[in-house]
Design a protein around this ligand. Sequence first.
Ligand SMILES: [Zn+2]
Length: 241
Amino acid sequence: MNSFDIDSLLRFTPPEFLCERCFALLTDGTPRCPVCGVQYVATGAFTDYGSYFVARGLDARFDNLIEHSRRLAQIAQRTRHSLAARDASYPPMRGLLESLLQAEHFIHFTTYGISALLLGAIKMAALRVDVRGVISGIKHDTLYRELTEHENESPRLNVRLFQNEAQYFPHQKIVVIDGLMAFKGSANLTDFGWRKAAQGREVIELVTDVGEVTELHNRFFSPVWASFQPAANDDRILMTV
Ligand SMILES: [Zn+2]
């Protein structure tokens, strides 16, 4: 008989909020961001932290967390199997596309380069959910214009182009779906990279441990995202409307 202790559900407490300044996943309910250090201060408008983040659209609470998690876990399981068995019937690209389709709150990613095909998929996902990405290695060409113009076509897509030296860009590439699941590895967001992974010539791993997803996200996405912002004068945010 399969064994599963429902007690473990009580320990399933994924991050519910995102930092307003660096979009770190906030885990422990303390009003200080562990990544950028900003402190959230209660005011007459908001005395509690949770309602402030909900009002700002920076929450990741789900109508049915268990069902949503099951769907993502199924994608991860099928993708892992296909990578291990070189099963062409469910290539990693399909796992990526399906997870973009399943996202309910946000998608965050880092990549060195991006293909037009995957940018199109991401723009489509950004019609429903917030998509934030840090992209390195983009030259001033057609793709650069695609990423820096036409913002009204997909207003919830927000990308930051990392123009510094490539060696300062994290080698670890990630795509995080709702803070519940992540793809990590060496493959960039290009169809070439993801199809190479199907043949074992590029690394993509699936992460479904929520603690590890948070750690990856807050280590490889938020600090790079925050590096685009000028240093703040104040390390506090007053929780007002
Ligand atoms: Zn922060």
